[in-house]
Design a protein around this ligand. Structure first.
Ligand code: NDP
Length: 293
């Protein structure tokens, strides 16, 4: 069997297209332009690349994009004051504080200072609680994008066995909540899981969010399973230079799986598309307007 390759790049372009149409409608019918503010602390190169790309795509779909850069040694008080200013700004509907923050800053405190209605990353404790209790939440972008690809690929997920490898607050746990919400039977695996291979072999859906290059081999995959590879790892190429790979060994998994996301070009592009979609959703909620589907 050779797996269907789930084209996250094309899917994300489609989502951004729909977001763009909704933004145009909000402007034309209501005179409202959704606004997304990104706060970047310090000069971490990977974070700078993400923030640049987010800003570019925000503008491309017709939204207002604001970027605030703060020095790596910014005080917590100054960062909290920045978040407060954005909370109070009616032209800003989504606020994202780029993680990770430097060690001297308390990330939980900063994230929980964002107005939950503007928390387009879905990391605020209120949104975590709303998602966990099946209420209307802001849903973290990477799990949301992964769920959209799964639904598109499989239709109903009801009754399927899903294994999420990884239990982080930003990917693993919310992913598991979303799969549970779609009536999967969910197992969350992590570094202490015994017989991980056996656990994964039972899964109709495997979501790998570990951060270990090519950790999942093809012989762990149940034939026909759908594999969502969240991992982004840079490895050395034998001929020199580097390349990006996921948390699953793509070639051996693609030989067994029914469908699989590539790295790059799978989950990554969907994450930004969902961030834009969440900003439009936040804007609609703030203005008591119908939300996009
Ligand atoms: P974290 O480091 O926060 O979490 C990793 C999880 O993997 C932990 O729960 C850890 O278990 C588990 N783990 C580590 N080693 C093993 C092992 N040998 N077997 C089973 N489980 C293990 O990572 P994130 O969730 O933030 O990110 C995961 C990956 O996803 C990274 O590669 C990251 O770059 C990528 N990512 C991609 C995004 C995208 O847009 N595509 C967005 C966000 C992340 P334990 O809790 O026991 O330590």
């Amino acid at each position: 069997m050779t797996a269907t390759v789930i084209d996250g790049k094309a899917f994300a372009a489609k989502v951004r297209g729909l977001v763009g149409e909704h933004v145009a409608m909000l402007k034309a019918d209501h005179g409202i332009t959704p606004g997304l503010a990104v706060v970047l602390v310090g000069d971490d190169p990977a974070s700078q690349v993400y923030v640049k790309s987010k800003g570019k795509m925000t503008v491309e779909v017709g939204m207002k994009s604001v970027e605030h850069r703060m020095d790596a040694d910014v005080s917590e008080a100054d960062l909290l004051a920045m978040v407060q200013m954005l909370n109070d700004d009616p032209t800003i509907h989504g606020i994202l504080v780029q993680l990770p923050l430097p060690d001297h800053l308390n990330s939980d405190l900063v994230i929980n200072s964002i107005n939950p209605a503007k928390d387009v990353d879905g990391f605020h404790i209120s949104n975590v609680g709303l998602l966990g209790t099946g209420q209307k939440a802001m849903v973290p972008c990477t799990p949301l994008g992964s769920l959209m690809m799964l639904r598109d690929q499989l239709g109903s997920l009801s009754g399927l066995n899903a294994v999420v490898i990884g239990r982080s607050n930003i990917v693993g746990k919310p992913m598991a909540q979303l799969l549970l919400g779609d009536s999967c039977t969910v197992t969350i695996a992590h570094s202490r899981t015994k017989d991980l291979a056996d656990v994964v072999r039972r899964a109709d859906i495997v979501v790998a969010a570990v951060g270990r290059a090519q950790m999942v081999p093809g012989d762990w995959i149940k034939p026909g399973a759908t594999v969502i590879d969240v991992g982004i790892n840079r490895i050395d190429k034998p001929e020199g230079g580097t390349r990006l790979v996921g948390d699953v060994d793509y070639d051996s998994c693609a030989a067994v799986a029914g469908a699989i996301t590539p790295v790059p070009g799978g989950v990554g592009p969907m994450t930004i598309a969902c961030l834009l979609a969440n900003t439009v959703t936040a804007c609609c909620r703030a203005n008591n307007l119908a939300e996009p589907e």
